[in-house]
Design a protein around this ligand. Structure first.
Ligand code: NCD
Ligand code: ZN
Length: 344
């Protein structure tokens, strides 16, 4: 049995670092685990200009503990009125690594999202030309589509058409949750990839209703049936370069989660790598953790691999029930349980 594993330092290709006091509270957790992270732009108001992304990047750097070795990679929140020239200039200036498509009202702070992809076709054409990745929250928002079907329907209604129109656009299908998404990503060329979260590898939809309603297991896209979880585990551990680590760590204060209308989002940043390592170990694929966590992402984004390394050992991490941060309480993923692996 393998009891220690050393891999290149990983990156997180999808994280919500928030702003203000919450940013101050959570930035260190991500910076401890990851060398770089793709930072989601769904602040209120959203990050839609290169100037606001540059300011946000500075606030992130200021929130890091002294001595952190962490680079935030910024994204542009696309709206119906997004301007191709501005976005391309932000990319050329090294401010925007990618742009994020939130269908309007799909999730937290997405009210300003895109109402119809047709509105942003000039932007997407330009992104295709310059090789700038499009990151997609892949869910339709129609109230008449069952919430558990929204990702699969998005593939048929939006993604297939988008790829037909822009076959060379680099697309990351973010936080995939279904076997349909895996089949779709597998069927596309190397310009289409996907991130997979630790929670969608660990839980299926039963977790939201285990003995009562469990708000800390609720996120978007919502966890699906067991067969989908198994398809995600197979994809993540397959060694395919199309799949890489993206935590979608999305902290909300405890009172916003434990509420009559609780927010979507799972805060997994504190033990993310330990959580993934547990899955890869259970699947007999620890030798593929490094590809998923530290290689496929940079290869897709055209960035260098990290040179530093991190070692995990099989001594276990006890995940606390709560994490007290300045002024509030956060409940981490795996709260109150023990994970098999620990970062040394
Ligand atoms: C995210 C958030 O809270 O910002 N929530 C979530 O459940 N994942 C938004 C998102 O990525 O959908
Ligand atoms: Zn997210």
């Amino acid at each position: 049995m393998t009891d220690t594993i050393t891999i290149r330092r990983p990156d997180d290709w999808h994280v919500h670092l928030r702003d203000g006091a919450m940013l101050e509270a959570v930035a260190a957790f991500t910076a401890r685990q990851f060398a770089r992270a793709i930072v989601m732009p769904n602040l209120s108001p959203p990050v839609t200009s290169a100037a606001s992304a540059a300011d946000y990047r500075q606030r992130i750097m200021a929130a890091l503990p002294d001595g952190s070795d962490f680079t935030p990679l910024m994204t542009c929140y696309l709206t119906d009125t997004a301007d191709a020239g501005d976005i391309a200039a932000g990319h050329a200036d090294g401010i925007f690594t990618a742009a994020k498509l939130y269908p309007a009202n799909a999730t937290t702070n997405s009210a300003h999202g895109v109402t119809d992809v047709a509105h942003i076709m000039p932007v997407l054409e330009r992104m295709q030309d310059i090789g700038m990745p499009l990151l997609v929250h892949g869910e339709v928002t129609d109230g008449d589509i069952d919430i558990f079907d929204r990702e699969a329907v998005f593939i048929e209604r939006v993604l297939e058409k988008l790829i037909g129109a822009l076959p060379d656009l680099k697309i990351v299908f973010e936080h995939i949750t279904t076997e349909q998404a895996v089949q779709f990503v597998d069927s596309c060329g190397p310009n289409v990839a996907a991130t997979i979260t630790p929670h969608h590898l660990h839980i299926n939809r039963n977790a939201m209703f285990a003995g009562g309603i469990r708000p800390h297991a609720y996120c978007l896209p919502v966890a699906k049936r067991e067969r989908h979880r198994l398809a995600l585990r197979k994809a993540a551990t397959s060694g395919s370069a199309k799949y890489f680590l993206g935590t979608d760590s999305a902290p909300h204060e405890i009172h916003a989660k434990e509420s009559a209308c609780g927010c979507a989002g799972i805060f997994n940043a504190p033990y993310a790598l330990e959580s993934y390592a547990t899955v890869f170990d259970e699947e007999g694929a620890l030798d593929r953790l490094e590809m998923f966590a530290s290689e496929h992402g940079p290869q897709f984004y055209g960035l260098p691999l990290n040179e530093a390394s991190v070692t995990l050992e099989r001594t276990g991490s006890a995940v606390p029930a709560n994490i007290e941060v300045v002024g509030s309480t956060l409940v981490p993923f795996h709260a109150g349980s023990k994970l098999e692996w620990r970062i040394i």
